[in-house]
Design a protein around this ligand. Structure first.
Ligand SMILES: Cc1cc2nc3c(=O)[nH]c(=O)nc-3n(C[C@H](O)[C@H](O)[C@H](O)COP(=O)(O)OP(=O)(O)OC[C@H]3O[C@@H](n4cnc5c(N)ncnc54)[C@H](O)[C@@H]3O)c2cc1C
Ligand code: FES
Length: 274
């Protein structure tokens, strides 16, 4: 494989639209010339924020030739990215990583906060494939629920939309894991797809085991290269690289990853407990 392709064919692109998704998150759309690039739900891009840093971002919008990422401001790079206006330049390379497997007939999709980003194209793909989808959009409070306006159960017969908030300001009052437990008491999906805070995903992994349903989760780890060169995103003890083997992992893979739900590593490689 040539180096340019391995590195995800880096390109400079201009922001063409900025969409408010919730009180704090924004989707930045850009034109992505990608004749030879095929995106699959769950993959991510490395986004270069000029003068600041390069960070991994799930592709939340894919409508060739346009693509987009949804950003939650948590530190220097994400704050700088979300402050960009239409017309400003960013660097993009990718898409990278192993996507979700969409072989399902009845799916429960659970997104916690900004974890909804990779689940948005997944949900559209499942709906297009005529999969019966229950989508649970979860957040701490109503103002942090993302993509609420575009997923409407009344317009799509194979979609059932549910929401949950920790403070009860909208939908089920409580954690996404508790809301999922309620859903699974009345429904029997064959697959549970999730992305969000790792403790939430770990709880859902246990729940999926209990209900004997397939489970796929998109993990986040600190990344430098995004394409399998640096080893920064290796998981204990298997050494699986989140940027190559992941970010989407199945339950049989997660059962071997002892750090799942326990800890992750910071930019210095030091363990940070959840
Ligand atoms: C595959 C993948 C997809 C992602 N998709 C999205 C997305 O769609 N939207 C989005 O807003 N964010 C996404 N992220 C997270 C995003 O990359 C980080 O929030 C970003 O790198 C933080 O950079 P910063 O300079 O703003 O914050 P920093 O100043 O670097 O960090 C702020 C805090 O966040 C922690 N942190 C930073 N990066 C990570 C990480 N990867 N995992 C866990 N904790 C971290 C730091 O330890 C620190 O406590 C994704 C991450 C991965 C690995
Ligand atoms: S980020 Fe470099 S190997 Fe995964």
């Amino acid at each position: 494989m040539n180096l340019d392709r391995l590195m995800g064919s880096p390109k400079s692109v201009r922001v063409i639209d900025v969409v408010k998704e919730s009180d704090k998150t924004r989707t930045l759309k850009f034109r992505y010339p990608s004749d030879d690039t095929r995106f699959h739900s769950g993959q991510f891009m490395m986004i270069w924020v000029p003068g600041v840093d390069e960070i991994p971002m799930s592709v939340s919008y894919w409508n060739p030739p346009d693509a987009g990422v949804t950003v939650a401001p948590i530190g220097e790079a994400t704050n700088a990215l979300i402050s960009l206006d239409v017309g400003q330049l960013i660097g993009v390379r990718g898409p990278f990583g192993t996507p979700f497997n969409t072989e399902s007939k009845k799916a429960l999709v659970v997104g916690g906060g900004i974890g909804m980003a990779p689940l948005r194209p997944l949900t559209y793909e499942l709906l297009r494939l005529d999969v019966q989808v229950t989508l649970l959009i979860a957040a701490r409070t109503k103002g942090e629920l993302v993509y609420l306006n575009e997923f409407d159960s009344s317009t799509k017969t194979n979609l059932q939309l549910q929401t949950s908030t920790d403070d009860g300001s909208m939908g089920y009052k409580g954690l996404a894991t508790e809301a999922s437990k309620e859903i699974l008491n009345g429904e029997t999906p064959d697959t549970l797809y999730t992305c969000g805070p790792e403790l939430m995903m770990f709880g859902l992994y246990e729940l999926a085991k209990e209900h004997r349903i397939a489970f796929q989760a998109s993990l986040e780890r600190f990344m430098k290269c995004g394409c399998g060169i640096c080893g920064t995103c290796a998981l204990d003890p298997t050494g699986a690289l989140v940027c190559v083997e992941g970010p989407v992992f199945r339950s049989d893979q997660l059962s071997k990853i002892t750090e799942f739900g326990k800890y992750h590593r910071d930019s210095m490689g030091l363990k940070k407990q959840y």
